[in-house]
Design a binder for this molecule. Structure first.
Ligand code: TTP
Ligand code: MG
Length: 530
């Protein structure tokens, strides 16, 4: 199954920010909405092919089911994870759609995020994976309460949009109840807006923090929403069993907890910071874990910016050997190229992630990453298309294999079940909004085509851009003339003024060498080995 990196269950443990309020001081004054799209990939597929509407079908990637629509779930088809062969055998008349091309999913995902941003001005919107968003609607709810939404304070439970967790009732004299009641109406408006703008239904949870909003949102799916009143926090937490069922506790954290004898949410609730502290788990992480098990989550909704890395990974039962790995890496790099082109920034580092089951042996998931600096010149093909030339593909694949060999001993015992490639250290191109294509191909004076995050036309991918020459200064000896001449004149001059540093190597994992050089813009001009 291939998913974009970062989509996988994340450990939230590390995401608390030093400036966040300390654990234990959860604020029930907040109103947080968690919005999750219903059977996301399946809904997108049914929009693209209306003959799928209301017909039971499954979306698969290779031999695994990644999601099924609700018509299929109603007849017992599992939601995700089952093998295609097994499901085919049990449900011979089920329709199938290949979900390996993620482009449309990403496009819809972006549109949903942008719709929420536009529709709820002043509310931070944080995107989590492809189909989830948190929205902090506290200020909006407060404003509405002050503006006549104060009607909530004289209303009954029917004022709530959707359901209230556990059938609890509104106490109109409780300000937290009134805020959440108004929040439930805002959540309903948000869901209607997303449906109108994108055609996608969603489900929502409304609560005083992110953790609780995410948990309660699962209660009425699809196309439903649920609000959690603060006094029901203990009740909802007691519905969880294994520690891993706490949103934010990923597989590695669960493995660390298990080493300390903590298996369930109840175990964690009864644990002390001192008992949890140890290798890979410091005091603040221990505190945070205990807080999460009690439904306490002070982390703010952070407005999502552009991702820090772009990557994708693929899973397998087993990868045979070096050659097979190289083939997979090559395939991943080819797909990564389209994402980089679409994003528009210039990568300056390359990362490979691997999961080696041979190193697990009861120690939980073993993921390892290796990374190195690269010259953006490696990706210069993407100035005109979303596809790398054979030579660039080979070079990037070779760089990835160099990294992979640092993590995997191909001469010894290994059992690879996951491979991922990603690029990072992404440099915004001129003026911050122009694509890599425009940067390289836009010509003198900065007149290249503009692409911004608002641009979500699927037709962008693969679109060719005109390349015009520059009338700027002469390209210095040893620099990539083609790249240099296609830059705006002001940037050419800037480069010439700062050219005391030698250009960086094409790709190097020598940290001291990189440190000396720093992320100089000159490093773009190291000549590729083509
Ligand atoms: P989910 O939100 O977990 O599932 P869903 O949206 O399909 O269904 P639900 O109505 O229960 O929310 O995941 C979002 C998408 O991510 C899903 O449509 C397909 C993809 N996905 C994978 O590719 N691999 C996986 O293992 C899972 C769980 C999801
Ligand atoms: Mg979903």
């Amino acid at each position: 199954m291939s998913r974009e990196s970062g989509e996988e269950e994340e450990d939230w443990i590390g995401t608390a920010h030093p400036s966040d309020p300390p654990g234990g001081k959860d604020s029930n004054a907040r109103v947080i909405v968690h919005l999750d799209l219903d059977c996301f990939y399946a809904q997108v597929e049914a929009i693209l092919d209306p003959t799928l509407k209301d017909v039971p079908f499954a979306v698969h990637q290779k031999q695994f089911v990644v999601t099924t629509n609700y018509a299929a779930r109603a007849v017992g088809v599992p939601k995700t994870g089952a093998s295609v062969a097994e499901v085919r055998q049990r449900f011979p008349s089920l329709r199938w759609v290949n979900g390996e091309d993620l482009r449309e999913y990403r496009r819809f995902s972006r549109r949903v995020h942008e719709t929420l941003l536009r529709g709820m001005p002043g509310c931070p919107v944080e995107r989590l994976g492809m189909d989830e968003n948190f929205v902090d609607v506290t200020a909006l709810a407060q404003k509405r309460l002050g503006e006549g939404g104060g009607e909530a304070s004289s209303a009954d439970s029917s004022y709530f949009a959707g359901k209230i967790f556990g059938g609890s009732v509104l106490d109109p004299s409780d300000p937290a109840h009134c805020r959440l009641a108004v929040g439930s109406r805002i959540a309903e408006e948000a869901r209607k807006l997303v449906l109108r703008e994108t055609g996608l239904t969603s489900s929502a949870g409304v609560a005083g923090n992110k953790l609780l909003a995410k948990l309660v949102g699962k209660c009425h799916k699809p196309d439903g929403q649920t609000t959690l009143l603060p006094e029901d926090t203990g009740r909802i937490m007691s519905t969880l069993d294994g520690a891993r069922s706490i949103p934010g506790v990923g597989s590695s954290t669960a493995a660390l907890l298990s080493e300390r004898g903590v298996e369930t949410v109840a175990d964690l609730q009864g644990a002390t910071e001192a008992a949890l502290r140890g290798p890979c788990l410091d005091a603040s992480a221990a505190r945070r874990l205990i807080d999460l098990s009690l439904g306490v989550d002070p982390t703010p909704v952070r407005q999502s910016g552009r991702p820090k890395t772009i990557g994708l990974e693929d899973r397998f039962r087993r990868l045979g050997g070096r050659e097979e790995c190289a083939e997979k890496v090559r395939w991943l790099v080819g797909r990564l190229a389209a994402l980089v082109f679409e994003d528009g920034r210039m990568p300056r580092s390359l990362k490979v992630t691997v999961r080696d089951a041979a190193k697990e042996e009861g120690k939980g998931f073993h993921r390892e990453s290796r990374q190195c600096k690269v010259s953006p010149a490696l990706f210069s093909d993407l100035r005109t298309s979303d596809t790398l030339s054979e030579r660039s593909l080979e070079e990037i694949t070779a760089a990835c294999m160099g990294l992979l060999e640092k993590a995997v001993d191909f001469t010894g015992r290994f059992h690879l079940t996951l491979l991922g490639v990603a690029v990072g250290d992404l440099l915004e191109t001129a003026k911050g909004t122009r694509s890599i294509a425009a940067f390289f191909g836009g010509g003198g004076g900065g007149g290249g085509e503009k692409r911004t995050m608002e641009d979500h036309s699927g037709g962008e991918v693969g679109k060719r851009r005109k390349q015009t020459g520059s009338t700027g200064p002469e390209c210095p000896e040893g620099w990539d003339r083609e790249v240099f001449s296609s830059l705006p004149a002001d940037i050419q001059r800037e480069l010439l003024e700062s050219r005391s540093d030698p250009p960086a190597p094409l790709h190097s994992s020598n940290k001291s060498e990189q440190k000396k050089r720093g992320p100089s813009i000159l490093s773009y001009f190291s000549k590729s080995k083509k």
